[in-house]
Design a protein around this ligand. Structure first.
Ligand SMILES: *Cc1c(COP(=O)(O)O)cnc(C)c1O
Length: 338
């Protein structure tokens, strides 16, 4: 695993923040130039968010030292690239179409990203993926369930890649709570190069607090801890995360799945709809007869959806997030009028 880390990061001596060592209550803290007034936010947050990690650890049945928290899962993915991929030397392999941020993050880090097209039924092309691996391939990123195609990949295909690839494999499980398929988290101790991200942004309804989770081997977590900003997750976010983890997000998930089924049934009746793809997520990928027309019409009606029609594998497709009952009603009404 050590060979996977960039040399400068392996040698890096991280910043030691004032709060690294002296967290016990009762100490008189005169070390971090904070104001002593205006509690509860006068102090820097715990750089390792231990209270929140303990809760996640209990809920997910993963050790706290296998958990990293970031400013959204986007930060977690960025840090994986930053710590493990040497700019202009190493490369990342991902699939297409998938989440646009992988491209952006790779480009910002000046790391080549190789995209392997999915098959016509939106599954992994394992052979082509393996063929595109070379000695500088450090990371494979798979979004599962995949955005924007909304399906899950065959578990056996991902397992095959885990068995054959020696670099890191990051599985982005942003939508896993909406899926009936199993998370890969239960394999976290079986494959040392497996890294999984999940997020509070979707099924918890907390996109605004910016909290993402990365699970991986202790070595990977320690490496990310060296690279991250000392206080990358703020006190308000930690507080809200602790509170919301106790609340049950299944009520949201059940409602969305029910609304998704309603929306699917209503869309199916429309003559302008050609196909609605299977969805393990909180959105539907819908193929229209003329996506551009529908997109612009909806925009004029103040309904904003995502245009995914430019990709070879998703022509005339729009990605529609499942809204609440009244939002979905308006959407269907407007589409009927069209
Ligand atoms: C929405 C989404 C995320 C969430 O990112 P955050 O930074 O945690 O808000 C991650 N991956 C995918 C594929 C997404 O669609």
């Amino acid at each position: 695993m050590k060979n996977l880390v960039r040399k400068n990061i392996e040698k890096l001596i991280p910043y030691s923040s004032a709060r690294n060592e002296f967290m016990e209550p009762g100490n008189i803290l005169l070390d971090a130039n904070e104001l002593p007034f205006n509690e509860p936010f006068n102090r820097y947050p715990d750089p390792f968010q231990m209270e929140l990690k303990k809760k996640i650890s209990n809920k997910k049945n993963v050790q706290t030292d296998q958990i990293f928290l970031g400013n959204g899962s986007d930060e977690c993915i960025d840090l994986i690239i930053r710590a493990f991929c040497e700019p202009k030397v190493d490369n990342i392999i991902t699939v297409s179409p998938s989440y646009g941020m992988y491209d952006v993050l790779a480009n910002i880090n000046n790391v080549e990203i190789r995209k392997v097209d999915l098959t016509e039924d939106f599954q992994l092309d394992v052979n082509t993926t393996i063929k595109s691996i070379d000695q500088n391939s450090k990371l494979i990123i798979l979004c599962n369930p995949n955005n924007p195609t909304a399906n899950s990949f065959n578990r056996s295909d991902i397992v095959e890649l885990l068995q054959k690839f020696e670099g890191l494999i990051l599985i982005d499980e942003a939508y896993i709570d909406f899926s009936e398929k199993e998370s890969f988290l239960n394999l976290i101790n079986d494959y040392k190069q497996l890294v999984i991200t999940q997020t509070f942004s979707k099924s918890y309804g907390l996109a605004g607090i910016r909290l993402g989770i990365l699970f991986g081997q202790t070595f990977v977590i320690e490496t990310l801890n060296k690279v991250k900003y000392p206080y990358n997750v703020n006190s308000l976010t930690i507080q809200e995360g602790i509170k919301q983890l106790d609340s049950d997000n299944s009520k949201w998930i059940e409602r969305i799945i029910k609304e998704k089924q309603n929306l699917r049934n209503k869309l199916k009746e429309l003559s302008i709809v050609e196909k609605i793809y299977n969805s393990d997520t909180n959105y539907l990928l819908v193929k229209f007869l003329d996506a551009e027309l529908v997109y612009n019409y909806l925009k004029d009606q103040n309904i904003i959806v995502r245009d995914r029609s430019k990709h070879r594998l998703t022509p005339n497709c729009l990605r529609i997030t499942v809204g609440d009952e009244s939002q979905n009603k308006v959407l269907i009404k407007k589409l009927k009028e069209l």
